[in-house]
Write a protein that binds this ligand. Structure first.
Ligand code: PLP
Length: 396
């Protein structure tokens, strides 16, 4: 038995604000009622603002982010299509697996876990593909496993430079709603997210931004799908309905969450993530520990993957945090298991939570045997949040 609050510092599901939780506490309602669109139609507009698209459409599927991946692929590609996929963490690895399971032929560019999207290599490969045999490029904007953010604009640039017609698929599951994401400006054709990260909701909605080009592809492609069919979804969505029973309490929660983002302002939300992430990183640096992201430009503002000293097992840090301190951090995934723990700092997150995360991580690290100076991480982060964060160019 623990007393007091438990602390959730995993990179999703994230902490659900009280206003969102309350908003989901509604009686069940008639999802065929004449006024159902009053609830749902503004959600599509709100999501379009978050995705930064006016030209594309947004669809909401009952499911998690992975369901939106599957919807994106099955609606726009054909069995046997060649697709170009960059792999640099567990989530980009899972994309490749899904593509194979669905009968695509991925050309995989592997880069070390800790690096970002290899856009120059993508440009080279596309440049050699004179007949546009490659039908899609898949990129994970924010690799949640490594805490690496990638340059999607650069991918779009190299695609345009060789006049390549491939569709651009972007996994924005741990970026959209927290990091700068520009679906239209970056020419993203399929933008995937889920409800349980930047959108501050429980898991349960797979959310997909679809460009006009992707919609056109969906009218001609031959891959089989039923539940995730765009045509069916659009037919119902135009009047605010769904082809099947939607999870209405989640839609109420989404309305509240989008209201919170609008009230704070999306740019301010993005700036808050940047400010708090920098505090976390300074804290980790003050412990004398490294993070997985290989370069400053790749550091994610939603999740930080911390390498523990060689003498320490990160699983032990996680166990102590969970069992003794009532606190969850993200585990090291796949090849990073035991080497890394991750601090999620996205969604409904503030200064108090950042400092609490650092102080509990310090305790767990020290209890697990790491020689980390107690208080150093919190002091460094506080210094940044008190002074440096006001004037981001000045290093304190
Ligand atoms: N892609 C990324 C980058 C993720 O972080 C996750 C989940 O953490 C997924 C995809 C899978 O999303 P879901 O678990 O919502 O299906």
């Amino acid at each position: 038995m623990h007393s007091g609050h438990s602390h959730l510092f995993i990179p999703g599901p994230t902490n659900v604000p009280e206003a969102v939780r309350q908003a989901m506490n509604v009686p069940q309602q008639d999802m065929r009622a004449a006024d159902f669109g009053d609830l749902t139609l503004p959600l599509f507009d709100g999501l379009k603002r978050v995705f930064k698209t006016t030209e594309g459409e947004v669809m909401i599927f009952p499911g998690s982010g992975t369901s939106a991946w599957e919807a994106a692929i099955t609606n726009t590609l054909n069995p046997g299509d060649k697709v170009l996929m960059a792999r640099y963490g567990q989530f980009s690895t899972l994309w490749v697996k899904m593509a194979e399971m669905l009968g695509l032929e991925p050309i995989v560019v592997d880069v070390p876990w800790g690096a970002g999207v290899p856009w120059k290599e993508i440009g080279r490969i596309l440049g050699r593909d004179k007949d546009d045999e490659i039908k899609a490029v898949f990129v994970t904007h924010n690799e949640t496993a490594t805490g690496v953010v990638s340059d999607i604009e650069a991918v779009r640039r190299v695609m345009d430079e060789c006049f390549h017609e491939a569709l651009l698929f972007v996994d924005g599951v741990s970026s959209i709603g927290s990091l700068d994401f520009r679906m239209d400006q970056w020419g993203v054709d399929l933008a995937v997210t889920g409800s349980q990260k930047g959108l501050m909701m429980p898991a349960g909605l797979g959310i997909l931004g679809v460009s006009q080009k992707a919609l056109a592809a969906s009218k001609a492609n031959t891959m089989r799908r039923a539940y995730y069919d765009f045509a069916d979804m659009r037919q119902f969505n135009k009047d605010g309905y769904f082809p099947y029973t939607p999870p209405t309490p989640l839609l109420h929660g989404l309305r509240a969450a989008l209201g919170l983002i609008d009230a704070e302002g999306l740019d301010n939300v993005i700036a808050r993530h940047a400010r708090l992430a920098e505090g976390i990183r300074r804290g980790v640096a003050a412990w004398g520990l490294d993070i997985v992201a290989e370069h400053r430009s790749l550091q994610s503002n939603t999740v930080t993957a911390v390498r523990v000293p060689d003498t320490v097992d990160a699983r032990e840090v996680l166990r102590i945090a969970y069992e003794d301190l009532n606190c969850s951090f993200g585990s090291g995934l796949a090849r990073l298991a035991g080497k890394v723990f991750r601090i999620g700092h996205l969604g409904s997150f503030n200064e108090g939570m950042a400092l609490t995360a650092l102080s509990l991580a310090e305790l767990a690290l020290v209890k697990a045997g790491a020689k980390v100076p107690l208080g150093a991480g919190v002091a460094a982060a506080s210094g940044w949040l008190a002074h440096g964060a006001q004037t981001p160019d000045k290093l304190v």
